[in-house]
Design a protein around this ligand. Structure first.
Ligand SMILES: CC(C)(COP(=O)(O)OP(=O)(O)OC[C@H]1O[C@@H](n2cnc3c(N)ncnc32)[C@H](O)[C@@H]1OP(=O)(O)O)[C@@H](O)C(=O)NCCC(=O)NCCS
Length: 193
């Protein structure tokens, strides 16, 4: 089942990133990456066509309290988002009372290919399993999104199924779903507790 979450006061450091709750003054950075063609479509949404659209999404991030802003430490720029969303697919190997959520993420196009999202996802996995003792995390990608598939594979998730999803881009996508349980993560991570 979906775990309760409130990221308002949560801060996570990685070598290159600070993960923290979104703030009203992040609007320019959000609009700068969300307006770029070819980014949002890979996650099922169209590029933002105005600052007011970004403002609406930013408000949703802040009020929802389950989405991190990814801040590049060297510049302070917000270069992406990582959400702990309510999942619709649950691991069959765990009881219905098991706690977890579904990860979703987007990175500014000019930052692709430097391993930043795997760095963020690994830190969030550690937060959810080591600090919060959640039982599982799920994640998914559109069948053709090899970039996201690589992030998911590098972070140790296992494929558990697929569903069909209508997107805000007007397409219907096959979504491949993956899961990582705390038990699998502990077995694979020498430093896990
Ligand atoms: C998916 C995404 C978050 C990956 O983040 P990232 O920090 O670039 O991840 P990585 O650096 O590990 O790169 C992942 C793969 O992308 C590919 N890639 C790298 N640089 C690339 C570039 N400039 N252009 C296209 N693909 C590239 C490579 O295949 C890489 O896999 P590899 O490490 O095996 O070579 C990013 O591509 C993104 O934001 N995409 C748009 C939104 C999206 O797809 N969200 C996920 C929805 S499920």
């Amino acid at each position: 089942m979906n775990a309760p979450v409130d990221l308002t006061f949560v801060r996570v450091r990685t070598p290159r990133l600070l993960l923290r709750a979104w703030r009203p003054d992040d609007l320019d950075d959000l609009y700068a990456y969300a307006r770029v063609d070819g980014v949002g479509q890979m996650a099922g949404w169209m590029p933002h066509d105005s600052r007011s659209e970004s403002e609406r999404i930013l408000r949703r991030f802040i009020e929802g309290k389950h989405t991190f802003a990814l801040v590049l430490l060297e510049s302070g720029r917000v270069v992406g988002s990582l959400g702990l969303e309510e999942g619709r697919v649950f691991p069959a190997s765990l009881p219905p009372s098991a706690l977890g959520r579904e990860i979703g993420y987007v990175l500014a196009r000019d930052m692709w290919g430097q391993g930043l999202m795997p760095e963020a996802v690994r830190a969030v996995i550690r937060l959810c399993f080591s600090d919060w003792k959640w039982d599982y995390l799920t994640v998914g990608h559109f069948s053709w999104n090899d970039q996201s598939r690589r992030v998911i594979e590098k972070c140790g998730f296992h494929r558990i199924g697929e569903i069909e999803m209508a997107t805000r881009c007007g397409t219907v996508e096959q979504v491949y779903k993956y899961c990582l349980t705390r038990a699998d993560w502990q077995a694979a991570e020498p430093a896990a507790d």
